[in-house]
Write a protein that binds this ligand. Structure first.
Ligand code: GTP
Ligand code: MG
Length: 171
């Protein structure tokens, strides 16, 4: 068949936000794993959409591994940033990590699309994507295209909408 354009994506966000669960759900069902464990360091994953072949750097969000993220910034052409919408206590930590990311010299002046997943929308305590967007001050991101989707990675809801947006940004 026709060779799809290859895109490198960084999947970032705090530990337990659902990054690996999301990436797993984007794979064809026969390639999905059943048991997802906290990522150690990072893992390289692949999935395809109608026109693109994505290589994802699924980074660990644990504090002790977050210093690994920046080594992959130059490689990345787009970012998927995942937030646990029910983790209100750590929303400020997620914002700090996002701000550090946006100010990094390897990210700052580049036009990199950022897709935010306000994940775990199925949980009773989950904040709306509008609220998450406000708490993270996403409106202040002026130099990069960004988009936020509410998602439930367990059911796979909201993921396709996000990936469709990302695909449109890259073509
Ligand atoms: P690290 O690899 O440690 O950075 O975590 P991660 O962001 O990759 O999170 P992971 O995908 O391992 O998911 C963490 C936990 O959240 C798992 O128990 C998942 O089943 C659960 N989870 C992921 N997405 C959702 C969701 O949308 N809703 C609910 N209720 N649970 C979710
Ligand atoms: Mg993970």
């Amino acid at each position: 068949g026709i060779k799809k354009k290859e895109v490198h994506v960084l999947c970032l966000g705090l530990d337990n936000s659902g990054k690996t669960t999301i990436i797993n759900k984007l794979k064809p069902s026969n390639a999905q794993t059943q048991d997802i464990v906290p990522t150690i360091g990072f893992s390289i994953e692949k999935f395809k959409t109608s026109s693109l072949s994505f290589t994802v750097f699924d980074m660990s969000g644990q504090g002790r591994y977050r210093n690994l993220w920046e080594h992959y910034y130059k490689e990345g052409q787009a970012i998927i940033f995942v937030i646990d919408s029910s983790d209100t206590l750590r929303m400020v930590v997620a914002k700090e990590e996002l701000d550090t990311l946006l100010n990094h010299p390897d990210i700052k002046h580049r036009r990199m699309p950022i897709l935010f997943f306000a994940n775990k929308m199925d949980l009773r305590d989950a904040l709306s994507s509008v609220k998450v967007s406000q708490l993270l001050c996403l409106e202040s991101i002026k130099d990069k295209p960004w988009h936020i989707c509410a998602s439930d990675a367990l059911k796979g809801e909201g993921l396709q909408e996000g990936v469709d947006w990302l695909q449109d940004q890259i073509r």
